[in-house]
Ligand binder design. Sequence first.
Ligand code: GUN
Length: 291
Amino acid sequence: MNLLDGKIVSQAVKDRLKAQTEERMLNGKKVPHLAAILIGNNGASETYVASKVKSCAEVGFKSTLIRFDEDVTEQNLIFKLTELNEDFDIDGILVQLPLPKHISEQKVIETIYPEKDVDGFHPESVGRMVQGLPAYYPATPYGILLMLAHYKIETKGKHAVVIGRSNIVGRPISIMLSKNEYPGNCTVTVCHSHTHNLKEICLQADIIVAALGIPEFLKADMVKEGVVIVDVGITRVIDETKKSGFSIKGDVDFKEVAPKCSFITPVPGGVGPMTIAALMMNTFKACEAKD
Ligand code: GUN
């Protein structure tokens, strides 16, 4: 069993971006600038946004964190996004999800200009991605591709089973893995809550992307020897032994499944850091597009 180590790969991506950003500065070019919007005080969202802002500093990007209270109106949020859209210095805009119930996620996503949509959630970005056109790929699936490529995982002709069909991970990764280029050319099966015979389908998989959000769902008797597993789960579960009071669990029962795998991502330290590295890549590209 080999680890797909997101800490190592994301560091390599960030080192490259740091060098490229320094080069831009030396050439008198614009430095990438990410604007992140955080609403309310959801603990997990706070952690993710803090990591994104920290990563910007690590690679030499500028970042602006904008916070709103939980009860911010949709109108005020949209107004801020409109301002950021028009601000030349801002290259990428991200609104951390989930949003409070009274705000339409779709409306917010569609307000962000596609050229600043570094999360890759705008319908235009998704449409371009589906058609194989240059696009901002959503950060988590993009991070998974970067990781598979780093470890030179063979994907051509392989059966990839994706568990979960969210707009953020399951659906986009299923499209990306079926693309006619590396890392892709997989035969992809998308499984979800209505799938019959999930275990039998998983047993046929050469690659499994587990993105359903149920801690330790995937067990050893559901996978074949030599499978490659990408675990996207990051559920917080109560853990009295931890200072924080919780630990992070993936969607895969790592202890029992890992021995059967050729490669597997750990949680934490797998997909999580790759998501952030991919966001940095998108922000860099958004800046470069203005040259
Ligand atoms: N919430 C969970 N994942 C993501 C992500 O990739 N981007 C944003 N903006 N919010 C998220």
